[in-house]
Design a protein around this ligand. Structure first.
Ligand code: 1DF
Ligand code: MN
Length: 364
């Protein structure tokens, strides 16, 4: 490994994909560490939603991004979908094999957001019931975020309240755009109002870019997690910040993954250009974009167990704003847990990264 943490290609990418799929590939036991590893962006799906995805793919319905992403997963087959569906023994065994104490479970992308509103509302509610049931079975190993259908903002706000108060869920996941629409639109702000008053963090998880943005990505195969996901959520987060929503809802907590989807790296320039390139229609904000990032936004390490990026984000946002995540089963790698265990930060800060920040932000 060189000083930037880069390994040679063969070593770094050995077994990329799902190690679960190769029974001969022994998983080294994880190291014992003086903190709990709480992984905060771990994916699952219900059988009903999986069936809904299969129907959409069969009919070639859904947007270009959905067809691209789920078309591949369904055609490829293999163990990925089994693992997304498994809320019992196999999942727990995979957690044990990589030293993960707790998974915070998020309905995988694009959740219910590809369906029509009525179906989305009922699939969200039934998925929250099923999630609560799994957590009741494994209360020490699982926690979860409620799925909501932004298609119906008032119902979504109520479902979030039910999830928090009746089901013991810890916030909401929104898989970025909903049929091309973003949460900076005030028509969605019933959701923000409920989230703020319930102290429910909203995890804006990626999906493929919205239909207006996706074309140049799709034809190059760059629309999914290689780049499209990050661009999509960076846009979404910055749209919320520049809309003035966080002046209206100053206590709202937003969580984004993948090291903050590039935003921490760009903050200086975003602050500068937010003044210099301001369009007349943009509201005047009370603070700089970076101030909202440091007040309202938390980031996770999902998919990015890489010290240069994460220590950079910690240095601009602060040690209290960065949380560990694995992104099971999409990026299930014991080597990456070890890479994160070895970050060049103090023992106290490591405990914040893996455990304390998640306990505080998600009230675990
Ligand atoms: C992928 C990556 C898919 C992530 C995901 O959910 C996901 C992928 C559908 O690699 O296709 O959550 N991820 O967060 O990086
Ligand atoms: Mn993910």
């Amino acid at each position: 490994m060189n000083k930037h943490g880069a390994m040679n290609r063969k070593k770094r990418f050995a077994g990329v994909g799902i190690p679960l799929e190769d029974p001969k590939r022994a998983i080294k036991p994880p190291t014992k560490v003086p903190y709990k590893r709480i992984a905060t962006e771990e994916a699952w799906i219900t059988p009903e939603i999986m069936q809904g995805y299969r129907e959409l793919i069969a009919k070639k319905a859904g947007d270009a991004g959905f067809l691209s992403l789920w078309g591949v997963f369904i055609r490829r087959g293999g163990i990925l979908i089994d693992r997304l569906l498994d809320m019992g023994e196999n999942r727990i065994r995979d957690m044990d094999a990589t030293g993960i104490d707790v998974q915070l479970l998020l309905l995988t992308a694009p959740g219910v957001q590809v369906f029509d509103a009525a179906r989305a509302r009922s699939l969200a509610a039934s998925s929250n019931d099923q999630l609560a049931e799994a957590i009741r079975k494994y209360p020490k190993r699982f926690a979860g975020l409620a799925a909501i259908a932004p298609q119906s903002p008032k119902t979504a706000a109520k479902e979030l309240e039910r999830g928090m108060n009746k089901l013991g869920l810890k916030g909401a996941v929104i898989n970025s755009h909903t049929k091309g629409q973003y949460l900076d639109d005030p028509k969605f702000w019933d959701i923000f109002e409920a989230a703020e008053s319930l102290n429910a963090p909203i995890y804006i998880h990626p999906q493929t870019p919205s239909p207006d943005m996706i074309k140049p990505f799709v034809k190059r195969g760059l629309d999914t997690a290689i780049m499209g996901f990050g661009v999509e959520v960076a846009l979404h987060t910055l749209a919320i910040i520049t809309s003035g929503a966080l002046d209206r809802f100053p206590k709202l907590k937003i969580v984004i993954g993948h090291g903050g989807e590039g935003l921490p790296y760009w903050l200086y320039r975003i602050d500068y250009m937010q003044e210099f390139n301001r369009q007349a229609f943009m509201p005047k904000l009370k603070m700089l974009p970076s101030d909202y990032m440091k007040r309202n936004v938390y980031i996770t390490t999902s998919g990015l167990p890489w010290a240069p990026a994460i220590t950079m984000a910690q240095s601009v946002l602060g040690m209290d704003r960065v949380l560990y995540a694995m992104d099971y089963p999409y990026q299930y790698r014991v080597e990456e847990v070890a890479m994160t265990d070895k970050f060049p930060i103090s023992a106290a800060n490591k405990k914040k990264l893996f455990q304390k920040n998640a306990e505080r932000v998600f009230s675990l």
